[in-house]
Design a protein around this ligand. Structure first.
Ligand code: C2O
Ligand code: CU
Ligand code: CU
Length: 547
């Protein structure tokens, strides 16, 4: 394989030309018409000719030149996997290979379109060669990881078919469940939907010392919803503008890429790592036998100590880790993890918001646990998991006037942040932050009373899971307008705001304050709604960290 190494400047220049089509902000209508489905409601997955070994590959070094501890080749490729009985399903898939380091660094999950799970230790340096073998531009983002600008997978780094992007970074995050997915502007939703996602699990010594369930007792559960046509092919965008405005909602729940997922367990404690990998569906998770959920971790790793909840609210891209002791259940019993109904995800008029799938806030089974084996393990859940240092509000540089982001519908563009939508490299003066400062940000989901009124979108009010790249933050305050309190209370007891988050759900009428510290790296990073259809429409902005 011929590898041509370009300087960063050459690369940026090349990309500026190469991705001109993506830079158009355009109107809502042109955005939507660029996503025309096939007659049967599915979107064709072009099976592009794969580049052969003679194809010149463009490699872009994102950093150092230091010899990494671990080196991985990761490809995004068209593939076919059996999901439902009958025809196999065309998907897009990440496939990986360990070039340097222990083979266990990558773990393929069985029978799935999901990419391999990365297993790395805090402190390790890693180099990842990402090769795009899709028939369109793509780039990988390491969701939740604190990495240099050039390793963050910003859409301006999207590469063409046959090109390779090289990521170099040190794993500096705490132990936790992170993940990776595509981030090309305007196409993140469909690319993730067709299968491109994987877990990135970090361990560290502090976590090791706790003796939490490991190996086969430490189970990742990636929850997604999908819609299939009669030929078992994935359908996306079949409702045009409605799917874009609301976000995609499927009618089948897949766990680790499988429908009707059952988890066989022994009568002993387990660690379950749940990722909501859905484009826009929010889950309100509970055990059907009334056992409270023991939550031990969130987006940025372990909580200070376990917290018990009747249900847990999991918004797109969020993670939650549960500790479950199945010795409390009898042999051959079944326990279902359900998603319960909630309000706040519908239009003011109600109804019509589910596209072709189940509406947001429907009730359904996520997975079934089958207790099928005796075991004796005396492991108990530690009362204290980690020492959590809350940010000191006195250190916040803008405590009197938090940086405010209003989430609302803009007349022409659709969903917007402070009335703005995404421009590839655009940063407004109020989107520049200083390195080594602690800030307060506030997200306001401006339901009702916006200038928009009951115009063409019928006064749509929707949840927005807001995500910030480059860091984990702390959620310090939530408020809800009184008119929205009843709906809000159908979900709010399931918020886990105790630990580190990189995504926070902001319901209609709600405002949320978070504390974030900009450390180590300067440069351009993203913040956006992680409803992937909202993100693709431009509900995403850059912020710049300056020295
Ligand atoms: Cu999980 Cu900017 O993304
Ligand atoms: Cu991210
Ligand atoms: Cu949104």
């Amino acid at each position: 394989m011929t590898t041509k190494t370009l300087s960063r400047r050459d690369f940026l220049r090349a990309m500026g030309l190469g991705s001109a089509g993506l830079l158009t902000s355009g109107s809502l209508v042109s955005l939507l018409s660029s996503c025309t489905p096939q007659g049967d409601g599915s979107i064709a997955l072009a099976t592009a000719a794969l580049p052969n070994t003679e194809t010149p590959t463009l490699a872009v070094e994102s950093a150092s030149g230091i010899e990494p501890d671990v080196e991985i080749a990761l490809r995004a490729v068209p593939a076919q996997v059996p999901i439902l009985p009958g025809s196999s399903t065309k998907v897009w898939q990440y496939q990986g290979e360990v070039l340097k380091g222990a083979p266990e660094v990558l773990q393929d999950l069985p029978n799935t379109y999901l990419g391999p799970a990365f297993h790395l230790k805090k402190g390790q340096t890693v180099r990842i060669h990402f090769t795009n073998e899709l028939p369109e531009v793509s780039i990988v983002h390491w969701h939740g990881l604190h990495v240099p600008e050039l390793a963050d997978g910003h859409p301006r780094f999207a590469i063409n078919t046959g090109e390779t992007y090289v990521y170099d970074f040190q794993v500096s995050n705490r132990a936790g469940t992170y993940w990776y997915h595509p981030h090309p502007h305007g196409r993140t939703g469909p690319q993730a939907y067709y299968g491109l996602a994987g877990l990135f699990i970090v361990s560290d010594e502090e976590e090791q010392a706790l003796g939490l369930p490991e190996g086969e007792f430490d189970i990742p559960l990636v929850i997604q919803d999908r819609l299939f046509n009669n030929d078992n092919q994935l359908v996306y965008g079949s409702n045009g503008m409605m799917d874009q405005m609301v976000g995609f909602l499927g009618d089948r729940i897949l766990v680790n890429g499988q429908p009707d997922f059952t988890l066989p367990v022994a009568m002993r404690p387990y660690r379950l790592r749940l990722l909501n990998g859905s484009n826009s569906r929010i889950y309100k998770l509970t055990w059907d036998d009334g056992t409270p959920l023991s939550v031990i971790g969130t987006d940025g790793g372990l909580l200070e100590g376990p917290v018990q909840r009747e249900y847990v609210t999991l918004a797109p891209s969020q993670r939650v880790e549960l500790w479950v002791d199945f010795s409390q259940h009898s042999l051959d019993s079944e326990i279902r993890l359900l998603s319960l109904p909630f309000s706040g995800g519908e239009s003011m008029e109600g109804g019509m918001m589910g596209g072709s799938g189940m509406p947001q806030g429907a009730r359904f089974t996520v997975l079934t646990v089958k207790v099928n084996q005796e075991a004796n393990s005396s492991a108990s859940l530690p009362k204290r998991l980690t020492s959590f240092s809350s940010y000191d509000v006195a250190q916040v540089v803008n405590r009197q006037s938090p940086r405010t982001f209003v989430l609302a519908m803009a007349m022409r563009e659709g969903w917007s942040i402070n009335g703005r939508t995404f421009e590839m490299t655009d940063v407004a003066p109020d989107e520049i932050v200083k390195l080594n400062t602690l800030e307060m940000w506030q997200f306001i989901n401006q339901a009702g009373g916006m200038g928009m009124g009951r115009g063409m979108m019928g006064g749509m009010e929707l949840p927005h899971p807001m995500h910030v790249h480059n860091l984990q933050f702390q959620v310090v305050e939530r408020q809800v307008q009184s008119a929205y309190r009843d709906a809000w209370e159908t979900l709010s007891a399931g918020y886990i705001d105790e630990g580190w988050r990189d995504t926070v759900l902001v319901m209609p009428g709600e405002q949320v304050k978070i504390l974030l510290k900009f450390e180590d790296y300067t440069g351009l990073y993203l913040y956006h709604c992680h409803n992937l259809e909202h993100e693709d429409m431009g509900m995403m902005r850059n912020y710049r960290v300056e020295a």
